[in-house]
Ligand binder design. Structure first.
Ligand SMILES: [Zn+2]
Length: 182
């Protein structure tokens, strides 16, 4: 009992440390009845009426929230199981403790739904920002293409003018040479 309770507290502190700021909403599941299922609970394994190792479950019923018990593993497989095999691991909790646990369970559900709502909102905002930037880029691209076309035509005009000027100079040189020859 002692070793299991110290294990419990150390795993709880490790979990709270790792969970700060790293809650994976997609992988997160709400507290639900009979979970978690622990197969390795230290000490001799407890056998159910089917002579199978009974895992340790956690009850989340209103009558026994958070209280651990040993139950038939066939329940997990959906097969016929020894329903009458039910051994509590924990003593019954005081009524006030049950009240507090149930209240926290309700709040967990509320906060979970709230977190899911805001996660979806954030996704929508991100998407609209992406759409906006995409539209801006398309517009910018069209303007740049237009600008490029204009500059290209200017360049062509410039080349034409340069060749015209050169042919005039060459013509003048020929004319001067012919005058000189005379
Ligand atoms: Zn069984």
């Amino acid at each position: 009992m002692n070793s299991s309770s110290s294990q419990g507290s150390s795993s709880r502190s490790a979990r709270s440390a790792s969970r700060v700021g790293s809650l994976d909403m997609d992988a997160y599941t709400l507290i639900k009845s009979s979970y978690p299922v622990e197969w390795d609970y230290g000490g001799d394994p407890i056998m159910c009426f089917c002579h199978k190792i009974a895992p340790r479950w956690t009850s989340w019923t209103n009558g026994n929230p958070g209280r651990r018990f040993y139950g038939c593993p066939k329940f997990l497989e959906g097969k016929p199981y020894c329903k009458k095999f039910h051994v509590w691991h924990d003593e019954s909790f005081p009524d006030r403790a049950k009240e507090v646990i149930l209240e926290l369970k309700d709040r967990e559900k509320l906060l979970f739904n709230e977190a899911r709502f805001w996660k979806n909102q954030a996704k929508m905002v991100r998407q609209s920002a992406v759409d906006y930037v995409e539209a801006e880029l398309i517009e910018e691209n069209a303007l740049l293409k237009q600008e490029c076309g204009y500059l290209r035509s200017k360049l062509q005009d410039g080349k034409r003018w340069k060749w015209g000027k050169m042919s005039f100079v060459v013509g003048f040189i020929f004319y001067a040479v012919s005058l000189f020859k005379m």
